[in-house]
Design a protein around this ligand. Structure first.
Ligand SMILES: [Zn+2]
Length: 316
């Protein structure tokens, strides 16, 4: 069969050849976490044209009455391929999308679920309303063609802290903060799977552009106390222990102490950027880039904190 005839046959069968000819293939492979619970593990990299923005973990739960999606990924194309990956495993429709927080790699696939309620914490919706287009523009710049046709779809439902039953599945929604000002975690009571969003990173350096480190450390203690059997971090491999919590805590404490110490010593930002990172963190993916971003985001506040001590004259 000639290519032309093949395309004509596909078109006659209602197959869109345009999307398959030009769309970015994310090659999504659902990883089983527990009975009816899956995660899609993204790459531990920076955003790039090669990864199409898929640096994120998303997930879904096949509930009695339909499928609950946790985070919709970085683009419309990702969301569509996530939906297709779900359809290969179950004939049940997606009935709910839950967004963990406002970062673009987690939320920009929501367009793939028209008519399905998309819920987030109210502050997440506020952030996406105010800054969604800027976040989107940034991803177009970093990722390029894989973002094609992606627009911000704002959440149309509110998630709140507490027990809920969605599609016949008992979930505990946990409203927290620290990575951003609104971080939603989803705990599946049936399998004791915790979708921790970006409150937990594993073997991938935490990102801090909207972080409140003291609040984040407090939240990590609360996560440590949860009775989970599996933990899906926002970035990095699936966990069945507390190692990701411990690693995220260790890194954030070091970052805090290091920046505080540097500010007290009066180092300027270029000097802080040159500080060595301890050996135990050197295996973390994208370490140097994230460390530099963290210094540029966070250091000015640590410097401000030291201001009251500056007027004292130094002994000569
Ligand atoms: Zn994030």
């Amino acid at each position: 069969m000639s290519w032309l005839r093949l395309l004509a046959a596909l078109a006659a069968a209602g197959v869109s050849t345009l999307a398959s000819a030009t769309g970015f293939d994310y090659r999504l492979q659902p990883v089983p976490v527990a009975d009816g619970v899956y995660t899609l593990i993204g790459k531990s990299e920076n955003f790039s044209r090669d990864n199409g923005g898929n640096i994120v973990n998303t997930g879904f739960i096949i509930a009695p009455g339909g499928v609950i999606v946790i985070d919709s990924g970085p683009s419309k194309g990702y969301g569509e391929q996530q939906r297709a990956a779900i359809a290969k495993l179950t004939g049940k429709p997606v009935v709910q999308v839950l967004l963990t927080h406002a970062h673009p790699d987690h939320v920009l696939g929501s367009q793939a679920y028209p008519g399905v309620p998309v819920a987030s914490l109210p502050a997440t919706t506020t952030t996406l309303t105010q800054s969604g287009d800027a976040l989107l523009g940034n991803l177009y710049r970093l990722v390029g063609d894989a973002m094609r046709d992606t627009e911000v779809r704002l959440p149309n439902a509110e998630a709140h802290d507490g027990a809920v039953t969605i599609a016949g599945r008992k979930l505990r929604l946990i409203a927290a903060r620290g990575h951003t000002d609104a971080d939603l975690m989803v705990f599946d009571e049936t399998t004791r799977t915790l979708f921790a969003g970006d409150l937990v990173f594993f073997d991938r350096t935490p990102t801090t552009p909207n972080a409140d480190i003291p609040a984040w450390l407090t939240t990590l203690d609360a996560i440590d106390a949860l009775p989970f059997a599996a933990l899906v971090p926002g970035h990095g491999p699936l966990l069945r222990d507390h190692a990701g919590i411990a690693q995220t805590r260790d890194y954030l404490r070091w970052l805090r102490d290091s920046l505080q110490g540097a500010a007290r010593r009066g180092l300027d930002m270029p000097e802080v950027l040159q500080l060595p990172v301890p050996e135990r963190f050197r295996h973390l993916a994208v370490l140097r880039t994230e460390y530099e971003r963290s210094v540029s985001h966070l250091y000015p506040a640590y410097e401000l904190d030291t201001l009251p001590t500056i007027p004292r004259s130094k002994p000569k």
